[in-house]
Design a protein around this ligand. Structure first.
Ligand SMILES: *[C@@H]1O[C@H](CO)[C@@H](O)[C@H](O)[C@H]1NC(C)=O
Ligand SMILES: *[C@@H]1O[C@H](CO)[C@@H](O)[C@H](O)[C@H]1NC(C)=O
Length: 413
């Protein structure tokens, strides 16, 4: 009996030891996952680094209302690998696009990076859910003392549904950085259970650097905003004011037109600079080939020409007047060309403002409001210009009728 008791004790001991070992292994298998929770965007991202492998298993749950959600490796976008996720064309699955960027610019699809999708779906909660493996991706990790620095970003609230891994995306509207604890994430077992949002509080071990809400930096494209606002001021105010000044004030006040034209030209060049900066950020505009950019650049070339043209014209007129002569007959034609080309430039600026709003995918209300204001301006200003033109024509006829004899008197009597 004692021997049998000892045996059962031994069995019990072995069994319980086995049980503990299994439990430890289970826990280890379950906890070889590091999970990021971003409360502001309702996003969780889990990572698992399988040992003796260069792969990374990842599991993402993120709302589909952003144009995309992206995870980046490292501390800066330059030359970093980024996993960009957006809904598929049928909005039933998720497109996972590995991309790299050369700087703080739109990342470009990197087809050499292998992504194995285990499952992707958009659930009833409008969350994109991805379970995938990034092949050979541990080599992109830039370890800093057992932590892997990572980046997180979400795109603007635009609707992108595409199966194309090279689909064009916009600049992120919020971003942050975080770190994966490598020792925590390394282990066998993959990511067996998807940590739901509700359970994320308990299971998440990583937050964005700077704290839950403080870690997500709002990102505004200040250059794009400046470009848009400056051109709106130019097109809707400065340009029409300049042509009013040019038309309303006679030769005695010609210098005023010089001032407003210089202001106009300075505004246009000032607004061009942020436009070029924004263009260089995005793949679609880096070559300066979109309609908005081509029309814009042509308009600026024409405006520069007309600026110099106007200066030359006023110089010719002024020096003729200094000599006590009437300006040469050719200045009439040159003046008429200047006026008509400048009017055409204004129309092109108005049209191009609309093209710019469309290129930057502004909402329809803003585009329609712009069209309404532009048409309203034309409706108001065309009769005003016509009146001005009639008045100056009459005044000139009067002046000519009165002045001819006086000049005649002066010079020849
Ligand atoms: C992810 O896919 C792997 C491989 O198919 C599977 O073993 C694992 O259980 C999946 N995880 C989740 C959370 O669905
Ligand atoms: C997680 O946190 C949110 C608020 O931060 C709370 O509403 C929710 O109940 C928490 N869930 C769990 C499982 O603790």
């Amino acid at each position: 009996m004692p021997s049998s008791g000892r045996a059962s004790n031994l069995t019990w001991l072995v069994l319980s030891l086995l049980c503990i070992i299994t439990q430890i292994q289970l826990t280890r298998a379950q906890t070889a996952v590091s999970t990021l929770f971003v409360p502001d965007t309702d996003t969780i991202v889990s990572f698992n680094f399988p040992p003796n492998s260069d792969d990374i298993n990842f599991y993402v749950s993120t709302p589909d209302w952003y144009q995309y959600t992206a995870i980046g490796f490292g501390t800066s976008m330059s030359n970093a690998l980024m996993l960009v996720m957006y809904p598929s064309a049928d909005r039933k699955g998720v497109t996972v696009s590995p991309r790299t960027a050369t700087g703080n610019t739109e990342p470009v699809y990197a087809p050499q990076i292998g992504i194995t999708l285990h499952s992707t779906t958009i659930n009833d909660n409008f969350d994109m859910v991805v379970n995938a493996t990034c092949r050979g991706c541990q080599s992109f990790i830039k370890t800093v003392s057992s932590a892997a620095p990572m980046m997180f970003a979400v795109g603007p609230g635009l609707n992108l549904g595409s199966d194309d891994p090279d689909a064009r995306i916009r600049r992120h509207t919020a971003y942050g950085s975080f770190a994966i604890d490598i020792s925590k994430a390394t282990g066998p077992g993959g990511i067996s259970t998807g940590p739901g949002i509700s359970g994320a509080n308990a299971s998440a071990d990583a937050v964005l650097d700077g704290g839950g809400s403080g870690g997500l930096h709002k990102d505004e494209n200040k250059a794009a905003t400046a470009h848009g606002i400056l051109y709106a001021i130019v097109t809707l105010a400065v340009a029409p004011f300049d042509s009013l000044v040019a038309g309303a004030l006679g030769t005695r006040w010609a210098w005023m037109h010089g001032v407003t034209a210089s202001l106009y030209f300075a505004f246009v060049i000032g607004a061009l600079v942020p436009g070029v900066l924004v263009s260089r950020e995005h793949v679609a505009t880096q070559q300066f080939r979109t309609g908005h950019q081509v029309l814009g650049l042509l308009t600026i070339v024409a405006l520069s020409l007309m600026f110099v043209w106007g200066i030359a014209l006023s110089w010719i007129k002024r020096s003729a007047r200094k000599r006590g002569q009437e300006p040469p007959e050719s200045t009439r034609l040159l003046g008429a060309i200047h006026r008509w080309v400048c009017r055409a430039i204004w129309v092109f600026l108005l049209v191009n403002g609309g093209l710019g709003l469309k290129l930057s995918e502004q909402n329809l209300v803003l585009i329609l409001a712009y069209v309404a204001v532009a048409l309203g301006l034309i409706v108001i200003l065309v009769p005003v210009y016509f009146c001005l033109w009639r008045c100056t024509k009459k005044r000139k006829e009067k002046e000519e009728g009165l002045e001819m004899p006086t000049i005649y008197d002066h010079n020849y009597h």
